[in-house]
Design a protein around this ligand. Structure first.
Ligand SMILES: Nc1ncnc2c1ncn2[C@@H]1O[C@H](COP(=O)(O)OP(=O)(O)OP(=O)(O)O)[C@@H](O)[C@H]1O
Ligand SMILES: [Mg+2]
Length: 355
């Protein structure tokens, strides 16, 4: 049975639609990410699930129980929805010690003191914070505060755990570490998680499935592999994997394509999706790592000119002018590509998307 069901959930702020007809089901124990650019409605979706906002249309069910139905004006308050939430800012109580912060949800529910003590200890052990229970939040590092927020959200054993960009205040190294820790804790307690992020690496590495949102609309809901390898549209291809998007026309249904980028005879050969006909205009999505640069020898192929190149440690990032477009290329190795150099851009793989 699905642990969380959204059916046709919409939300407007004034006249602006912020979420439009969002429907999805999340299984018990599943880790689902909402991924999308700033302002696409991710936090709004979480707040609707938590009961901090009311939808204009649609319904939400948690653990098999309807928690709100817009048409009927029915809505359970947040404290009765059995959800845990971690905010981007952690929102710890600054005047409470760590043990009091973590105990807070149980105290609110009137649990006996002894049981609260035991569960707080268990929770602090789970997030690896034993020994710090008498400190105040400002006496902890960002990563430790983040784990306190997680412990506080998990202690009441919520049916669904909502995490809103919980790692965005941390530096890159700590983000990586916490990513693994959150995933580990989630698996150990079997929590159902909705994880909001605009970081594609977080979403790809942590999630069972990813919901891609753009301007309040669901673009694709799928496994990380499917999202990356088979993006449903140009938005998903660009947002996840930073594809280069090139306009093209189908020359024949064997997959011969003419790029429409001001380059007179730039042809590519790529597999076509079903239902595409000759003459149709499409978009070709090329990942930066699926392109290979070679010195231009005048033997045909896709000719380009290096604009800039940057050393990145394991690879070199190049910007290459091809026709009237600039392609981003990630080349393994340390070869310096010189601005102005003529190159052949070899396309190792690419996707043809309906424009
Ligand atoms: N209370 C509000 N009143 C009016 N507009 C709002 C309100 N809250 C959010 N919005 C608008 O709704 C849109 C979606 O906001 P939301 O906070 O859900 O975005 P988000 O996807 O979480 O973005 P970010 O990645 O920046 O956190 C934005 O355009 C925002 O300006
Ligand atoms: Mg947000």
């Amino acid at each position: 049975m699905a642990q969380l069901v959204l059916e046709g959930v919409s939300k407007n702020f004034g006249r602006t639609p912020v979420l439009e007809g969002l429907s999805l089901e999340v299984a018990k124990g599943e880790f689902l990410s909402f991924l999308g650019p700033s302002g696409c409605g991710k936090t709004t979706a979480l707040r609707l699930i938590a009961g901090l906002l009311e939808p204009d249309t649609g319904s939400i069910a948690i653990g098999g129980r309807c928690v709100c139905q817009a048409g009927r004006g029915y809505s359970l308050p947040p404290e009765e929805r059995q959800v845990g939430m971690v905010f981007q800012s952690y929102a710890l109580w600054p005047h409470m010690r760590i043990r009091e912060n973590v105990a807070y949800p149980l105290k609110l529910k009137g649990y006996p003191r002894k049981e609260i003590e035991e569960r707080v200890q268990k929770m602090l052990a789970l997030v690896d914070l034993q020994g710090l229970e008498d400190r105040y939040p400002h006496q902890l590092s960002g990563g430790q505060q983040q784990r306190v927020a997680l412990a506080r959200a998990l202690i009441a054993e919520p049916l669904v755990l909502l995490l809103d960009e919980p790692l965005s205040n941390l530096d890159a190294k700590l983000r990586e570490k916490m990513r693994l820790e959150i995933k580990d804790i989630q698996e150990r307690v079997g929590a159902t998680v909705i994880y909001v992020t605009h970081d594609q690496v977080e979403a790809l590495t942590m999630s069972d499935r990813i919901a891609i949102l753009c301007q309040g609309r669901l673009q694709q809901l799928d496994t990380p592999v499917a999202i990356y390898e088979r993006p449903a549209n140009t938005f998903v291809a660009d947002f996840v994997g930073s594809s280069n998007l090139l306009p093209a026309r189908v020359v024949n249904t064997d997959g011969r394509l003419l790029l429409l980028n001001g380059h007179p005879d730039a042809f590519l050969q790529l597999p076509l999706p079903a239902g595409i006909s000759s003459g149709q205009e499409v978009k070709v999505a090329l990942r930066p790592e699926a392109l290979l640069l070679k010195p231009w020898r005048g033997n045909g192929g896709l000719q380009g000119r290096v604009l800039r190149s940057f050393y990145r440690g394991r690879e070199v990032e190049c910007f290459v002018a091809v026709g009237n477009q600039t392609l981003r290329v990630l080349m393994p190795g340390k070869t310096a590509w010189v601005p102005g150099q003529e190159v052949e851009v070899e396309v190792k793989e690419g996707l043809v998307l309906v424009a």
